[in-house]
Write a protein that binds this ligand. Structure first.
Ligand code: SF4
Ligand code: SF4
Ligand code: ZN
Length: 174
């Protein structure tokens, strides 16, 4: 069976923005060929990794009452749990959950998603590049050289597979 062509930036949508500030649209779990994860907000957990189903941020009591709430609406924002996740992603990848949430709050989710389409587009071939990969899936160009204007994230991406947000935030207290 032939692999699917790489995803394009238009596949990014507001629905893929997780309450922690992760854009599930650029997660390798969502972009994989086999049983792609539908994203944190989808009701169907069957294709999600356990650490995202059991994620302590997703299950936080402050998010329980309003399905549209995100961490930026919380009186404890940014709590220790979220700061831990944010630090891991800033150091390991090129992204800050906390900065994402602040941008969504300030400019609205639609504007944020428009910017994300630029940030994660390969400047060489136009394919969507995963936050979890150091290379473009379309042309193999280094992601560091590929992103369009507007990327303000740190650029220390590694190729750790499936390192979705819930992984180390499912234990410990906020
Ligand atoms: S694996 Fe987790 S972070 Fe990735 S798309 Fe699924 S729910 Fe979102
Ligand atoms: S306590 Fe932390 S994890 Fe829970 S909603 Fe507030 S910021 Fe998010
Ligand atoms: Zn490319």
């Amino acid at each position: 069976m032939r692999a699917r062509p790489p995803a394009l930036p238009d596949s990014l949508t507001v629905e893929l923005l997780a309450p922690c500030g992760m854009n599930c649209g650029v997660c390798i779990g969502h972009l994989r060929d086999r049983r792609p994860c539908p994203g944190c907000n989808d009701q169907d957990d069957s294709a999600k990794p356990h650490h995202c189903v059991a994620c302590r941020i997703k299950l936080c009591e402050h998010l329980a009452e309003d399905p549209d709430a995100s961490c930026v609406d919380c009186p404890e924002f940014p709590c220790a749990r979220l700061r831990q996740l944010d630090k891991r992603y800033r150091l390991k990848y090129r992204m800050s959950m906390i900065e994402n949430l602040k941008e969504v709050q300030q400019d609205g989710p639609e504007t944020f998603v428009e910017r994300e389409r630029v940030r994660w587009t390969c400047g060489h071939c136009g394919a969507l590049v995963s936050v979890h990969r150091a290379e473009c899936p379309g042309c193999g160009e280094s992601a560091e050289n590929s992103y369009g204007a507007g990327l303000t994230r740190t650029s220390t991406a590694t190729t750790t597979p499936g390192d979705a947000p819930g992984r180390s935030e499912k234990k410990g207290s906020g």
